[in-house]
Design a protein around this ligand. Structure first.
Ligand code: NDP
Length: 494
């Protein structure tokens, strides 16, 4: 029998055992089996990683390369991800419960594309001449911030790795990356694959404990922290990060409204609503977890949606025919089940799902049926709290203004969807929604060119696009006197 794979910490270009010698099990949520172990980093391990990143930043082997040279290395990383795509996709699926279709067609290619996109973004980091009427020759240049700490959630491990590491590196920063303890395996394997592409200490990876995350937030040697996770954790990080006023980018929770008007293309909108809540088993920050249906189509739409939902093929995530895998672990599945109980108690009508599927094959893993509640009021907990699972709350509305009112009545503001054939209505509604992304007659498109992030308690800062790139840069204004004879008003003031 082959020995269980044990992953160590990647610090200063070497794989080293955690100082306390502890490891944690990584479980396949489709089967309940342990598939690997990852190192449990403590505060000291994390300090070691931060110190390596700081030294590497100072020695300049990365930070002082040209953007073009750094970009070539990022493109090399993209090539390696593509070369190892099959292995990475399988690991990601086994560790998280994401269907193999999802990891093969979305997670792995997206991660590669993001490295390639930022690898070729040289133009956006070039100096920018300013058009100032005074006699000065002014320009803005973009410089690295220093040591970037990155902490990620468990629902899109490889994608978050690309979104955070690629822009941080292209600007010239050093990185200490901490994936979720629940979903580190594919990311750590990827670190093994790309380890020789970057100079020693520029990229470090620590795993296995929230203590490591706390240290990244607290440390005065971390200059910027980018975080994807829950709003509560984000609030704690804000407090800890104030120790050295480090720059923050927080991508937090959501409770996105999916607004369907009666004049939509109904079959398309039903498909969109399904994807919006049941892709990745609903474990998406941008899940369309509140479905706002116009009264005129309420019953018909709900009927079609529930029929389609009941026909989803639930199964082992590694099986290519599976459409709906397990949740990421049993503790999370049980937390989602308790929200379902809450929904019933609040008086919402359970239309389908609501329990662990019948059948012996579903008893070991973290399975749960895709669930729809109808007749939900926006004030109910199942409409206000982020469930982060396959539970849809359907709410009725009767006018455009009412739809906007309900949609914006949330502490979150991450994304929204609008379905209508009326272009003007779509435009009016999109502009009144208080959130960072609006999808019109479509769902879930993330593009490297398009900034992504939240309003309100969904966080601040952006990922992707030029806006996301510049989160990782210091903007420096250099102002050169261009007064004829070199005597500006200021120099002759006294
Ligand atoms: P958590 O907030 O529990 O954890 C996220 C990460 O933070 C993990 O790596 C975790 O480490 C670490 N962590 C936990 N406590 C601390 C702390 N006190 N200080 C520093 N780091 C800490 O979120 P989940 O992993 O459960 O992810 C689900 C949440 O993520 C949802 O709210 C979801 O909406 C949000 N999310 C937001 C997205 C966005 O882009 N806006 C995208 C995807 C998800 P460990 O695993 O070791 O405990």
């Amino acid at each position: 029998m082959s020995e269980m794979k044990k992953y160590n910490l990647f610090i200063d270009g070497q794989w080293i055992a955690p100082q306390a010698g502890e490891y944690i099990d990584c479980v396949n949520p489709s089967t309940g089996e342990v598939i690997a172990q990852i190192a449990k980093a403590n505060q000291k391990d994390t300090q070691g990683a931060i110190s390596a990143a700081k030294t590497a930043f100072k020695d300049g082997q990365w930070s002082k390369l040209s953007v073009k040279e750094r970009g070539q290395r990022l493109v090399k990383i993209a090539d390696l991800i593509r070369e190892y795509a099959k292995e990475l996709g399988e690991l990601e699926s086994k560790n998280t419960g994401k269907t193999i279709k999802h990891t093969t067609f979305i997670d792995v290619p997206t991660c590669a594309e993001t490295f390639e996109y930022f690898g070729k973004i040289e133009k956006e980091l070039s100096d920018r001449k300013l058009n100032i009427s005074a006699p000065v020759d002014s320009s803005v240049s973009y410089e690295p911030i220093g040591v970037v700490g990155a902490i990620a959630a468990w629902n899109y491990p490889l994608i978050f790795f690309g979104w955070k590491v690629a822009p941080a590196l292209i600007v010239g920063n050093s990185v200490v990356y901490k994936p979720s303890s629940l979903a580190s395996v594919a990311v750590v394997r990827l670190a093994e694959i790309i380890q020789d592409v970057l100079p020693r200490g520029v990229f470090n990876i620590i795993t296995g404990s929230s203590e490591a995350g706390k240290e990244l937030a607290q440390s005065a040697d971390v200059d910027m922290l980018t975080f994807t996770g829950g709003t509560k954790t984000g609030q704690e990080i804000m407090k800890n990060a104030s120790s050295n006023t480090k720059r923050l980018c927080l991508e937090l929770g959501g409770k996105s409204p999916n607004i369907v008007f009666a004049d939509c293309d109904m079959d398309v909108a039903v498909g969109g609503a399904m994807s919006a809540i049941f892709m990745n088993q609903g474990q998406m920050c941008v899940a369309g977890s509140r479905l706002l249906l116009e009264d005129k189509i309420y019953d018909e739409f709900l009927e079609k949606l529930s029929e389609k939902t009941k026909s989803l093929n639930i199964g082992d995530a590694s099986d290519a025919t599976t459409e709906f895998g397990p949740l990421t672990n049993t503790a999370h599945r049980d937390a989602v089940l308790s929200f379902i109980e809450k929904g019933k108690k609040e008086g919402a009508r359970l239309v389908c799902g609501g329990k662990i599927p019948d059948g012996i094959e579903f008893q070991k893993g973290a399975f749960l049926e895709p669930t729809i509640f109808a007749d939900v009021k926006n004030s109910m907990a199942i409409a206000q709290e982020e469930i982060f699972g396959p539970v849809l709350s359907v709410i009725k509305f009767s006018s455009q203004d009412e739809a906007i009112e309900i949609a914006n009545d949330s502490k979150y503001g991450l994304a929204a969807m609008v379905w209508t054939k009326d272009k003007q209505k779509a435009e009016e509604v999109s502009r009144q929604l208080r959130c960072g992304t609006v999808w019109v007659n479509t769902y879930g498109g993330f593009y490297n060119e398009a900034p992504f992030g939240g309003y309100k308690q969904s966080g601040f800062g952006r990922e992707l696009g030029v806006e996301g790139l510049l989160e990782y840069a210091q903007a420096k204004h250099i102002c050169r006197d261009a007064t004829p004879g070199g005597r500006s008003l200021v120099t002759s003031w006294f």
